[in-house]
Design a protein around this ligand. Structure first.
Ligand code: AMP
Ligand code: TRP
Length: 340
């Protein structure tokens, strides 16, 4: 039986943090054993807000290196850079022309980002979710592993595929043009919160660097950030108390990086104060990030291996996406050409 397929991606905007790892990349690493896996660095998405060209180039390479350093295996997965496969932009245009504008204007992430940008909102930012739909639909992905925050974008991809392409342009029920994907949101780690405020998501764009632990943070930095992390007045840590979002978040992080169940961790720290918990969390973070950093440094120092992996990934991605693009173009009535 054919394996089901997954596709996912992260933007190369700034340094990845443990939220990206625990909420996204670490899941891909597990899933790649079971699924036909495609993961890309979504660089076209990264220019929907003002960007620095030099930084985009280096962040794209370092994000790809981090995928591998976190355990993505090029023998099991196709790893590539979105802009290296032109079909993403091409399908995006086709989908743009069938997607109602008012579906876009209600996207939460667009509204949030647009609010931050003031007068400087690009058309690309509004179109961001359609490009994401193109990423997913191009590969006939069955499942899309993402964090909770991407649920609405997944719904949009489903609606475009089903209501705007399949139901309008498919000739019969058996031969649908696009596969309708489903989100795969893991409960654990789906939302890692800021170290400075347990009610706010840990985010690359938070101006306060102390709010997140970067995957490349050195031990000193990690120590400092955990020391500064917000606490509360209670003694003992616990999960699930709505008045104690920081305790819940840090315990969740600890449980995930030490590979211990929530029950065990809850028991271990139920009558231990913050002062004793924090150094243990720091140690666990340093230990879990060390192998990632080691692998990352090796890959970045000699990028020939990395480039080879990306080239292979691109070839696989091009071959697969070519067929989808052809199906869509035929269904929409484009005149065939030799390289259709
Ligand atoms: P972004 O950093 O917004 O480009 O997100 C890249 C991936 O990481 C997406 O799948 C997100 O859902 C996931 N992600 C980002 N921040 C977090 C977080 N704080 N907790 C869990 N997952 C996250
Ligand atoms: N929007 C996603 C995020 O911010 C990134 C992304 C772009 C993506 N294209 C995708 C995720 C396709 C999954 C599948 O995290």
């Amino acid at each position: 039986m054919n394996k089901k397929r997954i596709l996912s991606g992260v933007q190369p905007t700034g340094d990845l943090h443990i939220g990206n790892w625990l909420g996204a990349i670490r899941n891909w690493v597990e899933l790649q054993h079971e699924y036909d896996t495609y993961v890309c660095v979504v660089d076209l998405h990264a220019i929907t807000v003002p960007h620095d060209p030099e930084k985009l180039r280096s962040d794209t390479l370092s994000t790809a290196a981090l995928y591998l350093a976190c355990g993505m295996d090029p023998k099991k997965s196709s790893i590539f850079v979105q802009s290296h496969v032109p079909a993403h932009s091409e399908l995006c245009w086709l989908l743009n022309c069938v997607t109602p504008l008012n579906w876009m204007e209600r996207m939460i992430q667009f509204r949030e980002k647009a609010l931050k940008q003031g007068d400087n909102v690009s058309l690309g930012l509004l179109d961001y979710p359609v490009l994401m739909a193109a990423d997913i639909l191009l590969y006939d992905a069955d499942l899309v592993p993402v964090g909770e925050d991407q649920k609405q974008h997944l719904e949009l991809a489903r609606d475009i595929a089903q209501q705007r392409i399949n139901s309008r342009f498919s000739k019969d029920k058996e031969n649908q043009i696009l596969k309708v994907p489903r989100p795969l949101i893991m409960k654990e780690g789906a939302k890692i919160m800021s170290l400075c405020d347990g009610t706010n998501k840990m985010s690359k764009s938070d101006p306060n660097e102390n709010s997140r632990i970067g995957l490349l943070d050195n031990p000193e930095k990690i120590k400092k950030k955990i020391k500064k992390a917000k606490t509360d007045q209670h003694f003992g840590l616990e999960f699930g108390n709505p008045d104690r979002p920081e305790a819940d978040n840090l315990l969740e992080i600890y449980s995930m990086i030490s590979n211990q169940s929530r029950e065990i961790v809850a028991k271990e720290f139920s009558d231990i104060g913050w002062g004793k918990f924090k150094p243990q969390l720091t140690e666990a973070l340093i230990a879990s990030l060390q192998p990632i950093q080691q692998k990352y440094n090796a890959l970045i120092q000699d990028s020939s291996e990395l480039n080879k992996i990306l080239k292979e990934g691109t070839e696989n991605a091009k071959e697969l996406s070519r067929h989808t693009l052809k199906r869509v173009k035929q269904a929409l009535g484009f005149l065939e050409s030799t390289d259709f």
